[in-house]
Design a protein. Structure first.
Length: 148
């Protein structure tokens, strides 16, 4: 079962996205800031992380860098209500799976989550194939999609 961490300082966003993910069949946990998110990540593994970029106690960019360093296998989806975030993400060249603007619309959210799950499954298949000694010719390689 896919494990998702939602990091947002707005409680209504955290609760709504968590409930939506649970209805979709995922395990979901929430954190209200970057420090809480990092603590959760010490105790639980996550496949997908959904994070607001503007968080209390830790800059969202620093949080994303820490997540990439400690958990490079996690896929990151950034959400924000600030229109300048897309440019900021591009400027710092972070590896973000996708970017969703607030308000987050259910259809776009659902499609993004399913794409992330499919991408993660391909990553795991490739990793397993490489561990078993398969050549790269045996497995189709996928690259991280660009932010929409």
């Amino acid at each position: 079962m896919t494990r998702v961490l939602i990091i947002d300082d707005e409680k209504c966003i955290r609760v709504t996205l968590r409930e939506f993910l649970i209805k979709m069949g995922f395990r979901a946990r929430t954190a209200c800031d970057g420090a809480s998110a990092l603590q959760l990540m010490e105790h639980y593994e996550f496949d997908i992380i959904i994070a607001d970029i503007f968080l209390p106690k830790m800059n969202g960019i620093n949080l994303i860098k820490k997540i990439h360093f400690a958990h490079p296998e996690c896929l990151l989806i950034v959400i924000s209500g600030e229109p300048t975030v897309r440019k900021m993400i591009g400027d710092v060249r972070l590896r973000i799976f996708d970017y969703l603007e607030k308000p987050v619309f259910p259809d776009r959210f659902k499609a993004t989550i399913y794409r992330a799950v499919q991408f993660r499954e391909r990553q795991m298949l490739l990793s397993a194939s490489q561990e078993q000694g398969s050549s790269c010719d045996d497995v189709k390689l996928y690259s991280l999609p660009k932010c929409a």
